[in-house]
Design a protein around this ligand. Structure first.
Ligand SMILES: NC(=O)c1ccc[n+]([C@@H]2O[C@H](COP(=O)([O-])OP(=O)(O)OC[C@H]3O[C@@H](n4cnc5c(N)ncnc54)[C@H](O)[C@@H]3O)[C@@H](O)[C@H]2O)c1
Length: 451
């Protein structure tokens, strides 16, 4: 099947390469000429495990290429997937890229006689595809839904860092559609996958994505609140608390071989930390909250989730000050700048807020990340010049009084052995085993010693 994908960021590129690997003929479109040129040289433009190899395969096989010209990509395509960004603007979803891309798609449909299905893959609030996208495409094309084009909504659930694996082995594929022809095409597109397929209307498809992300965010903030109270009370380690909770069979059924616990991935969302970030959870929860307000349904739970999360990176400074007093002139090494390991994405990363707090406290800040430093510097703005970015964290460690582990990159587990007696290790991700840190003073989220 020949398909065009508009927007070649994390989602557009991962989807494009995987769909091509399954035999489809894919053309990705992006406004950014550098992305297009690099992709046509089979050069990966984002950091994703397995992407460079798969990209090379599909480029060599001749069924993946990129262009800046949308009308070229639309030539002969039966399906066009919209994968442009849907960022947050003043707490609401910003549909400017969706509108612009839908208008371009509509314009290129104008002179075509065949029927094309326009599929929204970006995360958009319920009701966007069958109102905004529909009317923009209708106006630009002069055609009506069902007659000259079809409409679908196929939300993406991939996680950055595991994008290729998640796309290749999805938990389910949601086939939102407004017309039968589009549903048939979506079935054909995903025929190589034997995952569960959920065929619903486009609004339901949109809501599935938001419900999924919101419920995960609720869990994270709920655990973080319990962690903060445990620390305030003192003498309660929230990891022990969660260990007890994780043994509830409703979270962790004993249905493995010999009644072993299955330890589902959901438990990883029931661990405290310095807050969730990334390009999805914060903006998606905000967007649904804003939609609730405009629909006359205040989403009180989501409001609380956002408020807990906004304060959570601040726990790091609060606890450090409580334990160590004034932080001015302390030499601090911040380990991890990406919002999570295995990605170079720093959007809404807790490290942005932590670094800012440390500078406000007049600390001398050093920072390290295996791959996200460049993105961090451009996101952090002019104050990045006040931070010393290190290539080798282990030698930077020699010079630090306080080390904050903010992203759980595997290589930082060596910190347990390397930290010295006169140093403080602050584990903001509950990543290290406190009993393995023999020498340094250990501080963390969700625990305060009362001795
Ligand atoms: N990143 C994730 O992990 C993830 C996961 C699931 C869903 N999503 C959703 O998928 C959507 C895309 O997210 P992303 O992280 O891939 O975004 P991104 O910012 O990485 O990529 C968007 C790309 O679209 C391009 N673009 C914008 N307007 C264009 C136009 N008119 N024509 C051609 N190209 C255009 C931009 O240049 C950019 O390269 C968002 O709605 C997001 O919420 C993201």
């Amino acid at each position: 099947m020949k398909i065009a994908i508009v927007g070649t960021g994390y989602v557009g590129l991962a989807s494009g390469v995987c769909l091509a690997a399954k035999g489809h003929d894919v053309i990705c479109v992006d406004k950014n000429t550098s992305i297009v040129e690099r992709l046509n040289r089979a050069e990966a433009t984002i950091h994703e495990n397995g992407l460079p190899e798969l990209l090379e395969d599909v480029c060599n096989a001749g069924n993946f290429r990129a262009t800046t010209v949308l009308s070229d990509a639309m030539e002969g395509s039966e399906l066009v997937l919209l994968a442009v960004g849907t960022p947050s603007k003043d707490g609401e979803i910003n549909l400017e890229y969706i509108r612009a891309a839908a208008a371009e798609i509509g314009a290129s449909l104008k002179d075509r006689d065949d029927h094309v299905s326009v599929i929204v893959k970006s995360t958009v609030v319920p009701g966007t595809t069958d109102t905004v996208v529909r009317s923009v495409v209708e106006q630009a094309s002069g055609k009506t839904l069902g007659e000259g084009f079809g409409l679908g909504m196929n939300p993406e659930f991939l996680r950055e860092g595991e994008a290729i694996e998640d796309f290749m082995e999805p938990d389910r594929i949601v086939l939102g559609h407004e017309d039968a022809k589009t549903l048939d095409r979506l079935h054909e597109l995903y025929a190589p996958w034997d995952s569960d397929k959920v065929a619903v209307n486009t609004r339901t498809a949109e809501m599935i994505k938001y419900a999924n992300n919101s419920l995960l965010a609720v869990q994270i903030s709920a655990v973080n609140e319990i962690a903060n109270l445990s620390a305030a009370i003192g003498g309660v380690d929230v990891m022990d608390v969660m260990d007890g909770v994780h043994k509830d069979k409703r979270w962790n059924p004993m249905t493995g071989p010999d009644n072993a616990r299955v330890n589902p991935a959901i438990l990883t969302y029931l661990i405290p930390g310095c807050g969730f970030g990334g390009s999805c959870f914060p903006k998606d929860v905000q967007a649904l909250h804003a939609q609730g307000n405009s629909a006359g349904v205040p989403m009180e739970m989501l409001k609380a989730v956002l408020s807990v999360n906004a304060n959570q990176p601040g726990q790091v400074r609060r606890i450090l000050e409580m334990e160590l007093g004034d932080l001015a002139d302390r030499r601090v090494l911040l380990l991890g700048l990406a919002f999570k390991p295995e990605t170079d994405d720093v959007r809404e990363s807790a490290s942005l807020a932590i670094a800012s707090d440390l500078l406000d406290s007049r600390c001398q800040v050093m920072a390290h990340d295996p791959i996200a430093t460049e993105n961090f510097i451009s996101s952090f703005g002019p104050r990045a010049s006040e931070i010393t970015f290190k290539e080798d964290w282990q030698s930077a460690l020699e010079d630090a009084e306080i080390v904050i582990l903010a992203t759980s990159w595997a290589e930082y587990s060596a910190l347990s052995d390397l930290a010295k007696a006169d140093q403080v290790v602050f584990d903001a991700r509950r990543f290290l085993q406190p009993e393995e840190i023999q020498k340094a003073k250990y501080l963390t989220i969700g625990y305060r010693s009362i001795h």
